[in-house]
Design a protein around this ligand. Structure first.
Ligand code: COA
Length: 436
């Protein structure tokens, strides 16, 4: 795409909302040592520098597994893993220090590139590294001494935050230090999730090897609730093993209060940028607790949905929907369940011939408003409509005009409605459309 093409202008404009939304946010980005050994590391560094220039605060966590294994091989030694965890004896620890040290120097060198006509021209990324991770030994498990394999005990989030506030990139390697003055070899995804939680990061981004999280047809799954992620982890399905540690890190981070975690196949060119600055993204989003409660409605939900929407119909905010109608259309509804109670709902009515769908009956229980629930439900409904091949969605509203306008809906009129759909003159609702 050249800078003279309309695509370029359109692309840049369409990314503006994401640029605004991400500015000032803290993202922890983790990748394995495989990335260090690949040619893609340069573009990854460029992309990270670009994120920083857009005002995003970045903590980078760089793994070193293959580099440690290579060094062990040079010494004629075999790596040893138990339950996915390296058993780090003295020799393996020496290799881990060398590998992480070398990775650090190489990354610092790449971030120092400043050649004119390169994507790094003018970037000036300052890298901060240090003893920010306190570790404790894993110890002896089932009689096996893991020696210098450690767990994260504490993350010096204050020091890291100071660097981020000063506009620096913070680089973490999977080495931690104990109160006894020893170094321990840590799990890279665990470092990333612990850092994201300690920093209260907005996102954890895991760049994984292979295809990422794919469904049966081989397509990358766009979204996963924590419950689904945990089910996948405990199912030990084939294909999960490769990304199991990252998926676990994503779940731990989100459980620890990080709002969103993304699993992105590292080999996708510009994967981070596509995930962060385009609507559909390329990876899998694992999102906070609340999504957990979002599910398709069942017939047994009808009484609860009625309880939620009846008072709103009473006050004219929603169309009255009798029980029988809800029962008939229950498959159009998505609900948000919290502690066994339906606290919000949305319905999607597709009109495939016009490639459009109505988003209707958006309702949130008054006790649970103003926390983004309706926004998330509407986003979900839009995604659902897009997945069904629709090119737009519309709403009819009496009292929530600005709620929709602030989410990209534009005023329209009855004549743009699909045939068979009319504005009830008694309600005199306004029509709003959002085109994809
Ligand atoms: C509209 C409704 C679904 C919003 O639910 P919610 O969970 O509070 O929404 P979110 O938390 O995602 O968004 C809140 C934002 O929307 C704004 N908002 C909420 N209701 C609004 C309305 N009727 N008009 C304009 N803006 C509204 C809030 O002020 C808030 O913005 P702010 O944080 O900048 O102040 C909820 O108020 C409701 O159930 N209303 C009655 C039913 C209805 O009118 N549905 C829409 C017709 S289909």
């Amino acid at each position: 795409m050249s800078e003279h093409s309309n695509d370029f202008v359109g692309f840049l404009r369409s990314s503006a909302p994401y640029i605004h939304a991400h500015r000032g946010r803290t993202f922890v980005i983790v990748f394995g040592g495989e990335a260090m050994a690949s040619r893609g590391i340069r573009t990854l560094v460029h992309d990270v520098a670009l994120l920083m220039s857009l005002g995003i605060r970045v903590v980078l966590v760089a793994g070193a597994r293959p580099q440690i294994d290579e060094r062990l091989a040079l010494r004629g030694l075999e790596p040893r893993f138990e339950g996915g965890l390296r058993v780090t004896d003295e020799a393996a620890m020496a290799c881990a220090k060398e590998a992480s040290g070398t990775n650090r120097v190489e990354l610092e060198a790449l971030f120092s590139t400043a050649l004119p006509n390169s994507p790094m021209a003018g970037a000036r990324v300052r890298v901060a590294t240090g003893n920010y991770l306190t570790a404790k030994p894993v110890g002896v498990i089932d009689g096996l001494d893991f020696k210098y394999t450690g767990r994260v005990r504490r993350v010096d989030h204050e020091a890291i935050r100071r660097h981020l506030e000063a506009g620096q990139l913070v680089l973490l390697t999977p080495i931690g230090y104990s109160a006894t003055g020893e170094a321990f070899n840590l799990s890279t995804p665990e470092v990333a999730s612990a850092a994201a939680v300690a920093l209260g990061a907005d996102k954890l981004i895991c760049l994984v090897e292979g295809k990422g999280l794919v469904d049966r047809g081989g397509a990358v799954r766009g979204e996963l609730s924590i419950a689904e992620a945990e089910r996948l982890l405990s199912s030990q399905k084939k294909g999960i093993a490769a990304i199991g540690r990252d998926l676990q890190a994503a779940v731990d981070a989100v459980r620890g209060g990080v709002r969103r975690a993304h699993i992105i196949p590292r080999r996708i060119e510009g994967g981070i940028l596509r995930e962060l600055f385009t609507r559909d993204g390329v990876g899998t989003l694992i999102s906070a607790e609340r999504f957990e409660g979002m599910r398709e409605a069942r017939l047994s939900d009808v009484p609860s949905i009625l309880e939620l929407i009846e008072p709103l119909a009473e006050s004219g905010q929603l169309v009255r929907r009798p029980k029988e109608m809800l029962e008939e259309h229950v498959d159009r509804f998505t609900v948000l369940e919290r502690d066994g109670m339906i606290v919000a709902c949305v319905a999607v009515y597709p009109y495939p011939q016009k490639k459009t769908a109505e988003i209707a009956c958006v309702a949130v229980h008054p006790n649970y408003r103003s926390s983004g629930r309706a926004g998330e439900l509407v986003e979900y409904a839009e995604r659902r409509a897009r997945e069904q091949g629709m090119t737009s969605v519309f709403v009819l509203t009496t009292q929530a005009e600005h709620f929709f306008r602030e989410r990209g809906y534009e005023p329209s009129s009855e004549k743009h409605l699909p045939s068979g759909k009319k504005v009830d003159p008694k309600r005199n609702s306004k029509v709003f459309v959002k085109r994809f």
